[in-house]
Design a protein around this ligand. Structure first.
Ligand SMILES: Cc1cc2nc3c(=O)[nH]c(=O)nc-3n(C[C@H](O)[C@H](O)[C@H](O)COP(=O)(O)OP(=O)(O)OC[C@H]3O[C@@H](n4cnc5c(N)ncnc54)[C@H](O)[C@@H]3O)c2cc1C
Length: 371
């Protein structure tokens, strides 16, 4: 069952609350349901997927967060293989052009969603909430967590309190769980813990404080004619000093848009330096840099644009472990793409590892083995 904010408010107690329905949160939810746990996933947006994001701009369909993913580990490979068999994901290509020069494919598949990058998260959400789970997993979209921490002043070792607010203006609501996973970007997770009055032990606080992210502007540009981006429709650029554009994709060549449309990603440095600049200025600069791959005068051939600003786009420093435990009893941990490996596969692996950790931790609390 996927509940919007106006849906049922009767579920107030569960085994595990997962904050965030990106790939990490959805992989964690699926793993926990398979282990027989009841799960509530809270997602502040109206849909699932987080940074695996697809948007309609006029008649075009554009991926504006993650553009593709690779598969290296066994856990993620199984999940992708099943999704491919169901037609939810497919191989895009085996390599992109680099600085506009053709690159021989390295034999390593670059995967995409069949109709957009949200296809994989949507499939995982459907599996977690339906397939044999008989209501054990509820995903509440348009529901923003505002505080997560052990219940009571110091906690009784058994419960986690989660406060959330819905986007429909309903009053702040409380949830009670036996454990919690925070899959939000680390600065946001730290805010949620701080809002609940959680004082991290210094070593844990120091490890989490090492995580940093680059922001990223994503400009979507709908064209009235095919672009000049060479096959297979993805161009990577060196992000050396002064570089403005890191990536340009042609969503039509990629196979997700019926009409020509580019996604232009700015470099981390440009995005940081222009983060608070007027959007119209950012859009103009990015369009200027994409100009060589637009066939004609942008003033005439650009049909529509849309600019997305990601504050926490890509981790620049990651923690070496797949999760960081904030508390063992009740079990609370941070996970996501800043743990063990950045990007889609790292986030998925971290979510699965965190689910296994919390399942064991709950068992330990239940039989009195937890500290
Ligand atoms: C522009 C861009 C390009 C990228 N390109 C690639 C690429 O080509 N290949 C690749 O592998 N990776 C790429 N990535 C990285 C990849 O998208 C991420 O590593 C991965 O999707 C992270 O997944 P996650 O589940 O850890 O986090 P997220 O996807 O960020 O999920 C966290 C979720 O938590 C939700 N949330 C936040 N706060 C709250 C709250 N208080 N309450 C409830 N919910 C909340 C968010 O809405 C979000 O849905 C890119 C990312 C960006 C932004």
């Amino acid at each position: 069952m996927i509940d919007g904010a106006t849906g049922s408010r009767t579920v107030s107690e569960t085994d595990v609350v997962v904050i965030g329905a990106g790939i990490a949160g959805l992989c964690a939810a699926g793993e926990l349901v398979r282990a027989g746990r009841r799960v509530i996933v809270l997602e502040k947006s109206r849909g699932v997927g987080g940074r695996m994001a697809t948007r309609r701009v006029g008649a075009a369909v554009c991926d504006h967060g993650a553009q593709f993913f690779t598969v290296r580990g066994r856990g993620f490979e199984g999940l992708v293989r099943d999704a491919a068999a169901d037609g939810a994901v497919t191989v895009w290509c085996h390599g992109f052009t680099r600085n506009a020069a053709p690159v021989a494919g390295d034999g390593h598949p670059r995967w995409r969603g069949a109709t957009g990058m949200t296809d994989l998260p949507k499939r995982l959400a459907a599996l977690a909430t339906t397939a044999g789970s008989s209501g054990r997993c509820v995903i509440r979209t348009a529901s923003r967590a505002v505080a997560v921490g052990p219940s009571g002043v110091k906690g009784d070792g058994h419960r986690v309190d989660v406060m959330l607010e819905a986007s429909d203006g309903a009053p702040v609501e409380g949830l009670s769980a036996r454990g919690a996973l925070l899959t939000t970007p680390v600065p946001q997770s730290l805010d949620l813990l701080a809002a609940a009055g959680v004082a991290l032990d210094p070593a844990t606080g120091d490890r989490l404080a090492t995580v940093g992210y680059d922001p990223c502007f994503a400009l979507m540009v709908v064209l009235d004619r095919p672009s000049l981006v060479p096959p297979p429709g993805g161009m990577q650029f060196d992000v050396d000093e002064g570089a403005v554009v890191a990536w340009i994709a042609d969503n039509q060549q990629k196979g997700i848009s019926a009409v020509p449309a580019l996604t232009v990603h700015a470099t981390g440095r440009f995005s940081r330096e222009h983060f608070d600049a007027p959007p119209a200025d950012v859009e103009r600069i990015l369009l200027e840099h994409a100009r060589p791959w637009i066939d004609g005068d942008p003033a005439r051939v650009v049909v529509a644009t849309s600019l997305q600003r990601w504050k926490f786009a890509l981790p620049t420093t990651v923690v070496a472990e797949p999760l960081v435990a904030v508390s063992d009893a009740p079990p609370i941990a941070c996970c996501g793409d800043a743990f063990a490996g950045p990007r889609v596969e790292g986030a998925a692996s971290s979510g699965m590892a965190a689910a296994r950790w919390i399942d064991h931790a709950l068992a330990a609390v239940a039989d009195g083995r937890a500290p």
